[in-house]
Ligand binder design. Structure first.
Ligand SMILES: *Cc1c(COP(=O)(O)O)cnc(C)c1O
Length: 403
């Protein structure tokens, strides 16, 4: 079955939802066992002391570990991610990232990560993981040789975390190169890719050898800026099993109602992302020539040869995130935001509606000057998450705001 079919048909049996064509919402916190023996068996399997037989019906236990809507969602999301065989859902993207890292790294271990990272992830590393005893080595996005060196030299390396393209300049990192470097170590670290910006439609890290793909499902997967969620997907089901065991301890599974909402958004992810990417490409290519735009960051307009090589190797389409550097710095950026009539001034991304923000004073405001310099976040930079409105209306809105 091809993904658009699989996403609508697998993982859901109407007979288990009294014949309902769409899944029911199972809000129960606990489940009634079919027998004491079935309860014993369910606990043995949940505790890792026994393995479920193929086709065996195992009783559900308690909704912090698992519930029907999470199971349905996890089954249905797998075909959207090329190469995936298992998924685990969380109540936010940060929960997916934190739980996946802590499933593999413990105090005394280290991780290598690309910068810039999503602000929350950067804070997680500096304010929690480092004081907790998991040290980190930062490597600038797109610096392949430095990444290979850091992966080769880090002590007790357990996790490599790559975010590509990087926010907000869309600088890309070569996933396969990192995977190959990781594979050369005696005990290879787990390579994780935050695929929120281009996945699942345009970038497929598991096909390049990554171990774990991470999402803020709050963005393109959810698609309507009305819910929080997170997902981790792997080719090796054993990795998802390890992450799920941590999720059961932390208690950050996605709740039944949210699972049901996200499940209903999956069949349209590719439609929404394709439309938004086409819109963004048309807008970016026209704004690139605008006299008030000093510089534009968008994958189809990359000039650097190595960035072009990485883009062509790992991205199908350029996606719907773009950034403009405006002539006139912060004042010009703020004027632009004030004058927009259709696009809204908000952080977050990946919704059907177009959102614009000024990273330096908002999403990146707690980042040091040196790190901002590295990240390429300038005073005049505005980040745009292009939605699925008619691109001509959006272009006209951007042009009138620039004027
Ligand atoms: C939003 C985002 C996150 C965090 O996700 P939440 O759902 O807000 O917890 C992580 N990574 C990237 C790239 C994001 O854009």
């Amino acid at each position: 079955m091809r993904p658009p079919t699989a996403v609508l048909t697998r993982g859901f049996d109407p007979a288990l939802s009294v014949g309902s064509a769409r899944p029911a919402v199972f809000r129960s916190s606990t489940y009634v066992f079919t027998s004491p023996e079935a309860a014993e068996r369910a606990f043995a399997i949940a505790g890792g002391r026994a393995q479920a037989m193929p086709g065996e019906h195992v009783d559900l236990i308690y909704s912090r570990f698992n519930h029907p809507n999470a199971e349905i969602l996890e089954d249905q999301i797998v075909p959207l991610e090329k190469g995936a065989r298992a998924a685990v859902v969380f109540n936010s993207g940060m929960a997916a990232i934190m739980t996946s890292i802590l499933a593999f790294a413990r105090p005394g271990d280290s991780m290598v990560y690309t910068v810039p990272l999503y602000g929350g992830t950067q804070h997680l590393i500096h304010e929690f993981l480092e004081p907790f005893g998991i040290s980190g080595t930062a490597v600038r996005a797109g610096q392949g040789a430095a990444l290979v060196k850091a992966i080769a030299e880090a002590r007790n390396l357990r996790v490599v975390l790559i975010e590509t393209p990087a926010n907000p300049t869309l600088m890309m990192t070569d996933i396969r190169q990192a995977v190959e470097a990781a594979g050369k170590r005696e005990a290879p670290p787990v390579v994780m890719v935050d695929n929120t910006f281009l996945g699942p439609t345009f970038q497929h890290p598991l096909m390049h050898g990554a171990d774990v793909v991470l999402y803020s499902g709050t963005k393109y997967l959810g698609g309507f800026s009305d819910m929080l969620s997170g997902v981790a997907l792997t080719a090796d089901p054993a990795l998802v099993k390890t992450i799920k065991a941590r999720r059961g301890l932390f208690g950050n599974i996605l709740q039944p109602d949210e699972c049901w909402i996200l499940d209903s958004r999956l069949p349209t992810v590719n439609l929404r992302m394709n439309r938004a990417s086409k819109n963004a490409q048309r807008i970016a290519e026209r704004l690139a020539a605008h006299k008030k735009v000093e510089r534009i960051h968008y994958p189809s307009l990359f000039a650097d040869a190595d960035q072009v090589r990485i883009r062509d190797a790992q991205c199908d389409y350029p996606g719907a995130m773009l950034s403009l550097e405006l002539e006139g710095g912060k004042a010009a950026a703020f004027d632009f935001l004030r004058k927009l009539k259709l696009a809204r001034n908000a952080v977050s991304l990946g919704g059907v509606e177009t959102l614009v923000c000024h990273p330096k004073s908002t999403t990146h405001s707690s980042v040091s000057a040196a790190e901002l310099e590295i990240a390429g976040v300038t005073d005049g930079l505005v980040r745009i998450s292009v939605g699925i409105e008619d691109w001509r209306d959006l272009l006209a809105d951007f042009e009138q705001a620039l004027a």
